[in-house]
Design a protein around this ligand. Structure first.
Ligand code: 0O2
Length: 235
């Protein structure tokens, strides 16, 4: 896939010489600047989760975050979504209408970590929750599970503070395993899905949910066992 700069460069080279060239270049630069603000917002969100992970690891002797993935929505996907939703085509409209230009995915070790981290993140006084979709409590009909938060977060630039929207997806390793493979299979142009295959995928999602529950129970039991052993040693 082409980078933002490559797409803009190509569009400039294809310019056919009407009066909007100046506007076009001006808007392209503004677009790149807007994308860099989203990148800053991603850095802020990532840092918050890294800090929480560090603190949690210190007190609980284990890491609640398996890994963090971030992405800026590709310009083609931004254009596609603007067209599909019939939003006005302007930078202001992109910022106003699209909530998922900046995306941070936090892959947690256990499902309970998802809620612990989400709560600690949302409690922070510079985070404003815009929307929450809990697909863990209420999985999608295909079996997809994740906790989605659309938040507003400030970034601090030389000219002042700017609020940016970020989509944060929190999920367990098992939820991510299913979602990543489902995404790979569904979005490949040469793959197709029958009703039976959809059902099979749904059954796999149920197995992954059951696995999450069992692993969480094991974690809780192992904690009980550890504190019992520690108590015995002290006594
Ligand atoms: P990508 O490439 O990840 O950006 P909206 O974005 O608000 O217009 P919607 O459907 O209301 O659309 O948002 P929702 O339900 O919060 O889902 C947004 C994102 O969640 C998707 O982004 C996916 O990343 C993920 N997601 C939602 N449903 C599924 C699913 O069934 N399977 C998988 N694998 N991922 C899902 P995008 O824009 O689709 O893609």
């Amino acid at each position: 896939m082409k980078s933002t700069a490559e797409i803009i460069e190509k569009q400039i080279s294809q310019w056919e010489g009407d009066d909007s060239m100046e506007d076009f270049i001006g808007n392209s630069q503004k677009f790149v600047k807007l994308m860099s603000y989203y990148k800053c917002a991603i850095m802020e969100v990532e840092t918050k989760f890294k800090v929480l992970s560090e603190e949690y690891s210190h007190y609980h002797d284990r890491n609640p975050i398996n890994n963090i993935q971030s992405r800026i929505k590709h310009p083609y996907s931004i254009m596609d979504k603007m067209e599909k939703k019939e939003y006005p085509k302007s930078l202001e409209s992109i910022e106003e209408n699209l909530d998922d230009i900046a995306g941070v995915r936090v892959i947690c070790s256990f499902p309970t970590d998802v809620y612990t981290l989400a709560e600690a993140f949302l409690k922070q006084d510079d985070i404003t929750l815009i929307r929450k979709k809990d697909y863990i409590a209420n999985p999608k009909s295909n079996g997809y599970r994740s906790l989605h938060l659309i938040v507003s977060i400030p970034i601090f630039l030389s000219e002042g503070k700017r609020q940016m929207k970020v989509e944060v997806q929190l999920r367990s390793i098992a939820m991510d395993f299913w979602a990543s493979l489902e995404h790979q299979m569904k979005y490949k142009k040469d793959h197709y899905f029958t009703k039976e295959m959809e059902e099979e995928l749904y059954q796999c999602a149920k197995i992954s949910a059951a696995l999450d529950e069992r692993m969480d129970r094991l974690r809780i039991s192992s904690m009980g066992e550890r504190s019992r052993r520690e108590k015995t040693i002290i006594e």
